[in-house]
Design a protein around this ligand. Structure first.
Ligand SMILES: [Fe+2]
Length: 343
């Protein structure tokens, strides 16, 4: 396994780069915008292909590198379904599995620091975001934070993980890099409370100053969606309403780019072909399934929110598949337009 813990000294943020092997797919957690060039260089040096970029929550102390990494690598951006971000490629919920080649992260919804905070488990470790820090916990006094919810997330979810689970937080201000669940249970001063009410009182008494970057970072982090004007201007985007008549139309083929878990949880468009975004290059390349189909039918890509499909249209068009277009806004727009669903 490749595991790198990277540090941004300005915001004291830890960013994690994960992959199962050299030459394979990689995932990054909590990237910082100013460090994107360094991540890209490391990814290249390790011969990795970044396929997913994930934020544990909407950050208030730094600008996320999600959008920039997507623009450079065409990776999938991921956040929780509660996040106030305008558009990410994929939204996850409690109990999901987040997969890349050779690796799977468990998804735990842990509100409290913010209402969109998530933790991610992987084999012997957990990425705790700002929910559980080393000898601390994330503040709960803004961004719909809740000390009571955080108590529940920590005591009833994180502390139920095996004692030896390694704890990798999103920040540390003292130089600590890793802890364990048992160590935090025993020595974290914020966890020395009898009940939720006592935890609430403790958090209410902290009187912290607002993060320096907050007024800049929060608005910037809420606007990470891909700029899709060019795809629309070139006539490669269909409004969901205009796509309602497509199922059953033999001139077109609807192509679902989402992953299996997303299809199971949210349904799909009747008759759609499943061709996950991860396999796009192979599918649209010479000899690929979609390459062949493009000669006889119009390719209508769709995904969850229109971001993966916009990138797919651009890639297909760049590869000479002139019949490629997509459904703007993806399944979310399709459902709003009253589109039919198949399980
Ligand atoms: Fe945070």
């Amino acid at each position: 396994m490749i595991f790198r813990q990277l540090f941004d000294s300005v915001s004291s943020t830890y960013t994690y780069l994960l992959a199962s092997r050299r030459g394979g797919e990689a995932l990054i957690i909590d990237p910082v915008l100013e460090r994107v060039d360094r991540y890209l260089k490391l990814i290249e040096e390790l011969d990795l292909r970044l396929v997913k970029a994930l934020d544990t929550h909407l950050h208030a102390d730094h600008i996320t590198g999600l959008g920039a990494l997507r623009d450079h690598t065409k990776c999938i951006t991921v956040m929780g379904e509660q996040s106030g971000v305008d558009v990410v490629s994929m939204r996850v919920a409690d109990g999901d599995d987040l997969r890349i080649e050779g690796m799977s992260l468990g998804v735990i919804y842990t509100p409290g620091h913010t209402d969109d905070s998530y933790c991610f488990t992987m084999a012997d470790r957990v990425f705790t975001g700002d929910t559980l820090l080393i000898r601390g916990t994330g503040r709960t006094d803004f961004q719909n934070g809740s000390a009571r919810a955080q108590y529940d997330s920590i005591f009833n979810r994180l502390l139920k993980l095996p004692d030896e689970t390694l704890v990798y937080p999103a920040h540390d201000y003292k130089g600590d890099m890793v802890s364990t669940i048992a160590e935090e249970r025993a020595h974290n001063p914020r966890l020395k409370v009898r009940d939720a009410a006592e935890y609430e009182a403790l958090m209410a008494g902290l009187k912290l100053a607002s993060p320096k970057m907050m007024d800049v970072a929060v608005p910037a982090n809420m606007l990470q969606g891909l700029h899709q004007e060019e795809v629309a201007r070139r006539g490669w985007a269909l409004e969901a309403k205009a796509a309602l008549a497509l199922p059953g139309d033999r001139e077109n083929v609807l192509i679902d780019l989402r992953e299996r878990g997303e299809r199971q949880r949210h349904g799909t468009i009747p008759g759609a072909l499943h061709a996950p975004y991860a396999d796009l290059a192979e599918n649209i390349g010479p000899g690929g399934m979609l390459h062949e189909l493009a000669g006889i039918r119009r390719l209508v890509f769709f995904c969850a929110f229109g971001e993966r499909s916009a990138m797919a249209v651009q890639a297909a068009q760049d590869g000479g598949l002139q019949s490629a277009c997509h459904i703007a806004g993806g399944m979310a727009a399709w459902k709003l337009a009253g589109g039919a669903l198949a399980g």
